[in-house]
Structure formats: C-alpha cells, structure tokens
Unconditional design. Structure first.
Length: 241
C-alpha cells in the first residue's frame, strides 16, 4: 500500500497570518490521522513562516502515525531539531535561505561527501533518511552511495506537463528513475504538486512507490471539500490501483 503523508505547513501558515492558535496545528494533525492519513509531514524553515520549531516538539508528542521532518541540513538548528525529536523519517531538501518552496533535488554527485556525512549522523540516531532528487538516473545512482534509505522524487515537472494527452510522456522520466532506484535497492517516495487530477496515474505507474507527501493541493481542496473528505479522496487515489 502506498502511504499518504500530509504536509501541514499550510495550516500553520494560516494560523501565523492572524496570530493566536486558530487553526490549531496539533488538532489538525490529530484529525488528519483520524481521517485516514498514514503520516504527517512538516517542513520547518529558518524564518518559521509556517511550521515553528516549537510545533515540531509538540507534534512529536501526539503523532501516532509516521512523522516526517523535511528541511535543509546545512542549517545546524534543523539538524539539532531532528536529532532531538527522532522522527520516523527525515527528508533532506536543498532549499536556499528564504526560498518560497522547494524547486529542485540534490546534485548527489557534487554533494556526495556532504550527503554521506550528513546522512550518517541521522542514521546513527536510528532515523530513516530520504533525500530529494530529480528524476535523473545519474542523480539516483549517486544517491545510492550517499547511504540514504530512500529518495523522494521531485514531481513538479510531471505535474506541470500532465494532461490526458501528454501524461505518458510526462511520467516517462519518473518510471525510468524508479526502475533504477528499485534496481539499486532504494526506497521511493514522491512529492510536489501532486493533486487529485494527477496522483492516481502517477501512483499507478511508478514501480515500488512507497509514499507520497502532499500538502498545498490537499489543503486547497479541503477549503471546498472539507478536510476529512479531502484526505479520504487522496487516499482513494492511492488505494484504488
């Protein structure tokens, strides 16, 4: 079964826009789990514009499914946050300071030694590691030697190119990348711009896909459909394969 991890950054963004604690990020995480999600993802950034570092500590105490913390390990505060909370998984993302959203994967060749050293820190603490990569066979081959447990395929280009007439072409690089990851024994996650229109086709065609992380699209859909309904609709896209 492909797992759905819901990124709750946007819920925190809404809370922070007004101050106070409405919506309640902790209650939202509890509800999302109760509605059927398999995990909760957060991506704290140095400016804490959505998920705050204190949120991570509070979430760790109440999450009963898988907890996935994303971020750039060049920030020492992020490394210490992950080690202090020991989530199920840490996903390493090469975000720049102040970056609006993730927009590329690691160059696993150029940053090979850095990734090896960083991944070892988390794995020695008993934390599963995933690294954000583009659908590029060379990057996936080099990901293997970093010591990571999984890769997370960055799916924006698939989502941008997806339409009923072009979907086979849009997904082709991801199928090739997934086959190489399977061959190398790397687990496969995926995320970024997956939604109710393109998710089912992606999940249906990516061999060995273990988990998708979805936040922005799911929370946007929840405005119209309700949070419970949105979570269950996304789950249905993954279970009706």
């Amino acid at each position: 079964m492909i797992k759905l991890s819901v990124n709750i950054n946007k819920i925190a963004t809404l809370r922070n826009a007004r101050g106070g604690n409405n919506p309640d990020v902790l209650q939202a995480a509890r509800d999302i789990e109760n509605f059927g999600a398999d995990g909760i993802t957060v991506h704290p950034r140095p400016d804490e514009r959505h998920i705050r570092y204190e949120d991570v500590f509070a979430l760790k105490k109440i999450i009963t499914t898988e907890f996935n913390i994303e971020g750039n390990p060049t920030e020492e505060k992020f490394v210490q946050l992950v080690l202090a909370n020991k989530p199920t998984q840490v996903t390493l993302v090469p975000d720049a300071q102040g970056q609006l959203t993730s927009n590329h994967g690691w160059d696993t060749i150029t940053h090979q030694q850095y990734l090896q050293d960083t991944i070892a820190v988390f794995k020695n603490a008993g934390i599963r590691v995933s690294i954000f990569v583009d659908a590029d066979v060379k990057m996936i081959e080099a990901a293997k030697t970093t010591g990571t447990d999984r890769i997370e395929l960055y799916t924006e280009s698939y989502a941008t190119a997806y339409n009923p007439d072009q979907k086979a072409l849009a997904i082709l690089p991801y199928i090739t990348a997934a086959k190489k990851a399977n061959e190398l024994g790397l687990g496969i996650n995926a995320g970024h711009d997956l939604d109710l229109q393109n998710l089912h086709y992606f999940a249906q065609n990516i061999p060995g896909l273990l988990e998708v992380s979805i936040g922005h699209a799911l929370i946007c859909d929840a405005l119209y459909l309700g949070l419970e309904n949105a979570v269950q609709l996304y789950k249905r896209k993954l279970t009706s394969l």
